[in-house]
Each structure stands twice: as structure tokens, then as C-alpha cells.
Design a protein around this ligand. Structure first.
Ligand SMILES: [Zn+2]
Ligand SMILES: [Zn+2]
Ligand SMILES: [Zn+2]
Length: 259
């Protein structure tokens, strides 16, 4: 499988509108991030995890023209607000577009985008979504996908573990804690991608020390920090990271070759 980071920022993006902090005004492109989302490619399928508000620009930049399914982590708007952009992948699609997530997240997406799920949605080429609730592991083609329950404030939230014949990657963009039992689902990872908002603590997101402690417990071969806020000066912090931990960045590609 090949994973591409379409975006790696927290909900407001970086630069933040109207902010003149040294990160937001920096000309260094390493500080520029779109809202968190990934694209996963297998020999048979093209999958999105989340469809945030930057999906149009992300798809153009990444030359993304085909999406076979979308997997949602939770219904916060920085993860679902690009729903309407999914039209681009449905113009010529005959079958409905499967949307995988927890039952509660799908119920909320159905409420927010009710017209797409209504019987009145007969316009040819518009998204015909098909909700697929997930509570346990499932397959898309040969890719084994396991939902990973996490704590993230009051909203039921999951990450995902992806296993193919060559590698195992987990993607957990929004979390404050792993739920009981989740650490056991995250053994033997080649890549762990995990929330790391900033250095200071936050009520619903992992801060740097919390992320590093989870990484130390899980011992993935390589860990990548994502969902980053403008308070995080990655250039100052990266020299103190353990050797198997790095900041993710937009357009970074993970596969078995960069372990
Ligand atoms: Zn988020
Ligand atoms: Zn700023
Ligand atoms: Zn969130």
C-alpha cells in the first residue's frame, strides 16, 4: 500500500487566517499545512480517510482523480466538510460511493448532508453515498482494515489500522487517549501516524509528550506526528525527537521503502 498525506494540520490549517505569529508568516513551506486527511492506494483500490474542507485543493495538488471509498474517523467539520467535493469522483460512477465509519459518525454525516441521502437525490453524477457502519475489522480488496477506538472529547472517534502482505500502518489523527483495548490492536506496526497538536496540553488532543509516550509504548518501526497546530515550531522541536519519530508533512508518502 502507498499512503500519501493530503494534509497534516489541525482544524484551522496553517497559516491561520489573520495570525502573524512566526510560523504563520514563515515563507518556509514546511510550516504550511492543509487540514488532516490521507490517500491510500492499493493495487486494486483508491481510498480517502476523511474529506476535510481542503479536499478540492488537495485532490488537484495530488492529481487525485479516483476514489473508491471514504473512511471517516469522526464527524468534526475539519474531517467531513469537503463532502460535496466528492462529486468529482462520482460524475461517471454507476455504483454508490461507500462511506465507512462508526454508526454515530455516519448518522451525523447523514444529518448534515441529508439531501445526498434522500430519495430526492436523483441528479445523475451527484454523490450517491452508501453508509457502511464498522465496528470490527473488515476488508477492502486485500487490505485488512481495523477501526481503533480512541478518546477525543465527547465525539466518538476512531483511527484505522491497515494491513497488507508487506506492511502495517495505523492512522490516528484526532485523539487524547487510546481507549482500553486499542493498544493491543496496534502491535507490530511499520508506521504509526498519530495526533500531536502542540507542546502544551489540550483537553481533546495529544500534546507532544503524550504522543511520545504512546509511541514509546507501542514501539512502531517509525512514527509520524500529524494534526499539527501553529503553536508547534517543528524546526525547533524535531532535533529533540527520538530517532524513530518525525513530523509528517503534506504530500509525504509512506510505504515500505521509507522505514
Ligand atoms: Zn481534526
Ligand atoms: Zn499563527
Ligand atoms: Zn476532531
Amino acid at each position: 500500500m502507498k499512503l500519501t498525506f493530503l494534509g497534516t494540520s489541525t482544524s484551522v490549517g496553517i497559516p491561520v487566517i489573520g495570525c502573524d505569529c512566526h510560523i504563520c508568516v514563515s515563507k518556509n513551506s514546511r510550516h504550511h499545512r492543509m487540514r488532516s486527511s490521507i490517500h491510500l492506494e492499493t493495487p486494486t483500490h483508491s481510498l480517502l480517510v476523511d474529506s476535510g474542507p481542503d479536499l478540492r485543493q488537495q485532490a488537484l495538488r495530488h492529481h487525485l482523480t479516483k476514489v473508491d471509498a471514504v473512511l471517516y474517523t469522526h464527524q468534526h467539520l475539519d474531517h467531513i466538510a469537503g463532502f460535496d467535493e466528492l462529486r468529482a469522483f462520482c460524475w461517471h460512477r454507476e455504483d454508490p460511493l461507500p462511506l465507512y465509519s462508526t454508526p454515530s459518525c455516519l448518522t451525523e454525516i447523514e444529518r448534515v448532508y441529508d439531501w445526498a441521502f434522500s430519495k430526492g437525490n436523483t441528479y445523475k453524477g451527484y454523490i450517491k453515498p452508501l453508509s457502511v457502519p464498522v465496528t470490527t475489522s473488515f476488508n477492502i480488496g486485500d487490505l485488512r482494515i481495523t477501526p481503533i477506538p480512541v478518546e477525543h472529547g465527547s465525539v466518538e472517534t476512531i483511527g484505522y489500522r491497515f494491513d497488507d502482505d508487506d506492511s502495517a500502518i495505523a492512522y490516528i489523527p484526532d485523539a487524547k487517549l487510546l481507549k482500553p483495548g486499542s493498544a493491543e490492536l496496534l502491535g507490530n506496526l511499520d508506521h504509526l501516524v498519530i495526533d500531536c497538536l502542540r507542546e502544551t496540553e489540550h483537553p481533546t488532543h495529544l500534546s507532544l509528550n503524550e504522543s511520545l509516550s504512546i509511541i514509546a509504548d507501542l514501539e512502531p518501526k517509525q512514527a509520524w506526528l500529524t494534526h499539527i497546530a501553529h503553536e508547534m515550531d517543528i524546526i525547533k522541536v524535531e532535533s529533540r525527537l527520538p530517532t524513530n519519530v518525525q513530523f509528517a508533512y503534506d504530500e509525504l508518502i509512506l510505504n515500505t521503502t521509507n522505514l
